[in-house]
Design a protein around this ligand. Structure first.
Ligand SMILES: Cc1ncc(COP(=O)(O)O)c(C=O)c1O
Length: 248
């Protein structure tokens, strides 16, 4: 149905309590990119929430065929559990980002809570952090744990370059197992680290990855600046582009 005619029952617990999970799949040239990995991650999120996955693959396939943009698919609690999917258009222009570091004590290490690492509908903490950062003139937040260990952005992964070595926060910290970060890992070795903000501040380059951002340079974290994108970031951004246009 046209988006304007789509309806969600007001009583759906996905709406009332954020009880559900979702994925956003990028469609390039009319085909979904890394669909199997998105469906596998959705299956892990749904399992953590004890939600069924029936109809998810069909919904994504229907909406991505011939489409250029993003397909968002959500499974909500209902009851009964329901699948919603919609097409979205976004434009990320690759402009280097300015990030503000903020504590994110709601992000928990893998295994410490049943939903750690799951992509649930409950993004209120994440978007509140983004709003705080934007209120201070930054583009987005850079989330840290209680001890100042670097985690991720509200909707993106953070990586950095140390003397040509690309590093990223360890998945055991509870950051999302990002599919675009995995793509970067196919272009260059990525070393997982547990590192506080001072180590990132000493990096040669910082960049973010996400389904929407692909590989985007970071020009500022708090009061530290870098010329962005740096050479490694630029090479990875091009590699990412090449990858999505050849491998699907
Ligand atoms: C919290 C979080 N981290 C990282 C990412 C990047 O993940 P992906 O590369 O799979 O889009 C996202 C994407 O929405 C996210 O919400």
């Amino acid at each position: 149905v046209p988006l304007s005619e789509a309806r969600v029952p007001l009583t759906d617990e996905g709406f009332v309590r954020g009880d559900g999970c979702f994925e956003v799949v990028r469609c390039y040239a009319g085909r979904p990119f890394a669909l199997d990995e998105h469906l596998a991650r959705m299956a892990r999120s749904a399992a953590a929430l004890q939600l069924p996955l029936d109809g998810v693959a069909e919904a994504v396939a229907n909406l991505s065929d011939g489409f250029e943009g993003y397909v968002r698919v959500m499974v909500t609690r209902g009851p009964p559990p329901a699948v919603y999917a919609m097409q979205e258009h976004h434009h990320q222009d690759g402009t280097p980002m300015r990030l503000r570091s903020l504590a994110a004590p709601w992000l928990a290490p893998l295994g410490s809570t049943v939903l750690a690492g799951a992509k649930t509908l409950s993004y209120a903490n994440a978007v509140a952090a983004r709003r705080l950062a934007q209120g201070e003139g930054y583009d987005d937040a850079l989330l840290l744990d209680r001890d100042g260990v670097v985690l991720e952005g509200p909707t993106n992964s953070v990586l950095w370059v140390e003397s040509d070595r690309v590093v990223a926060p360890a998945l055991r910290l509870g950051v999302l197992d990002s599919i675009s970060r995995r793509v970067v890992g196919r272009l260059t070795p990525v070393t997982e680290v547990e590192a506080t903000l001072d180590r990132l501040m000493a990096a040669d380059e910082v960049f973010v990855t996400s389904t929407a951002h692909e590989v985007t340079g970071v020009a500022t974290v708090d009061d530290r600046t870098w010329p962005a994108p740096g050479p490694v970031t630029a090479r990875l951004a091009q590699g990412f582009r090449d990858h999505v246009t050849t491998a699907r």
